[in-house]
Design a protein around this ligand. Sequence first.
Ligand code: TTP
Ligand code: MG
Length: 620
Amino acid sequence: MSVPQASQDTASLVKRLAGPSVTKAGLAKDQTEINRIIAEASKGSKFYDNEKRKDKDLTERIGVILKHRDDLLRNADKSKIERTVDHMLTELEARRDLSQIIVHVDMDAFYANVEMLDNPDLKGKAFGVGHLHGVLTTASYEARKFGVRSGMPGFIAKKLCPDLIFVDIHFKRYSEMSAVIMDIFKQYDPNMYPAGCDEGYLNITEYCRAHSLSADICVQEMRARVHRETDLTVSAGIAPNKMLAKICSDKNKPNGQFHLPFERDAILSFMHDLSIRKIPGIGRVNERLLESIGIKTCGDIYTYRATVYLMDKYFGLQFLLRTHLGIASNNVEPVLREERKSIGAERTFSPLGDKEQILKKLEEVAVELENDMQKTGWAGRTLTLKYKLDTYQVFTRAKSFDRWISKKGDLFMNGKELLMHEWPVKLRLIGLRMTKLKDLRAAEDKGIKRFFSAAGPSSPAKRQKMGHRESMEPEEVLDVSDEYQEDCESMPGYEEHEFEEAGLAIEIPDDPITEPGDTGSSRPPQSRPSKPISSAAKPMSKKPTSTAQKPRSMATQEKDEGGDEGEGGRSCVCPICGKSMETDNSGLNAHIDFCLSRSAILEAQVESLNRQKERKGKKR
Ligand code: TTP
Ligand code: MG
């Protein structure tokens, strides 16, 4: 089998195939050989083909963006723009806030270390949590030395580390331990924000003041307490804002802490050589996009500030300028119910083409979603069906209602209706997600108020506006999410469901569902604290929605409904198809993505249809 060498043509693909967790702590320094083995092991699989296609799409998209950049630069007064940006930087600098002590805490090899508590024989051994025929949720630090890491298919991990031990996943245990550690963290900041099952942000300014403690001692004490009470280790980053604290918690992993000086110059020099990939919100795709315009480190942002200024809609000028300066939000608060945007459930399985079997999976998903919605007190008005073809391409279809739905019957029947529009298809994942949520608990609280308010959301005028609408545009995993722009805490355009991609990066021979209630992915079920899709893909400022990011079709649809506008809508022209439209940055990016991926998606659909027909033909 010929192995892709890291030539000009294949370097990006090899890097892409290496997966999302390449920046994880404890991995071997030189990833070249590891990446080569991964590429070799993946070659020939549908996953490989899909990654190759996505890499090609991205290369094309970059080509378009670069052409657009050249056009813009040709007509621009570069030094004037640089002066404007310098002025913006001065203004941002003037508002730098170094007054709050922010800590990011992150448990070390969380699932693995919990497993070690229950089976001390694993101590010192290279093991992964997950199955040979599934994906690893995480790996012990001994296994990481071989390049084994989260989201990696088991068979690839075994190639990298032939003696690797596979340990079963026990979500219940991780949830229990998560609750224990969160309780400890809350003693130091009752308003802390749990950012996943094993990590969180704290503002310890008040605690340090009240107990006359330095930040270092306070964090040491907190980590020691976690260790004393759980036998698990935790690492921490201490910095003036959440972005920096998150980057710092990785610095001395495992079982360490890192304190970034609260001084402008120290922060600037820390940022100067920092790879942009270390910034939360910059994953593989954003990294490639930024590298294409010359930005590899946060220091490079300054060098290319004129380009970034002109290309604001692609790269997010404010976000990048703030990143360059090491400025980000220092606002830490707990997750508020009203911030929840969606609730969903999904199932992963070995590729299925049989209608009955797929509908059975859909029904299971509908039951799980109904349970979750009931347990947590939500109803919703937009239902999105998500499915992943056996070719690994992901699509969403959405439908809005003029009433609140949460019952299995509604979820299943409407999900089925959306799916039947696509039939025949061969799937490896199916999911349902509700958005446009209504908090039933809030409704209970406000029962009397509601009684007196005549025109609620179901007033005739609004009902007419919402109507019944279906979004039938094919969508891909590369996601554009306008939620993330709100306070310049992430790049506008190109989010990637990295965790999910990695988590399904194989031909899974058996249904990987191991425990009742398991969603079938490598993530814990909805009702438990779950790790964000990937820390890099998770914006610092956003509270977690229930699982995945908002699918792009939803973003488009919400705009159509006229409910969520006002985020800088303006008229722009798509550089691909030339269509002009009234939209904001993310709307434009979504459209560009769609333009670029449409042909590839249609091709895949046609291919899939042909395969189905062939099979039917053979049966006859
Ligand atoms: P992480 O904190 O990202 O990883 P970790 O705690 O295993 O290792 P470390 O922080 O020391 O680098 O994730 C916490 C848990 O979330 C992890 O133990 C397993 C789960 N997880 C997955 O299931 N899949 C993933 O892709 C990732 C990144 C994590
Ligand atoms: Mg961790």
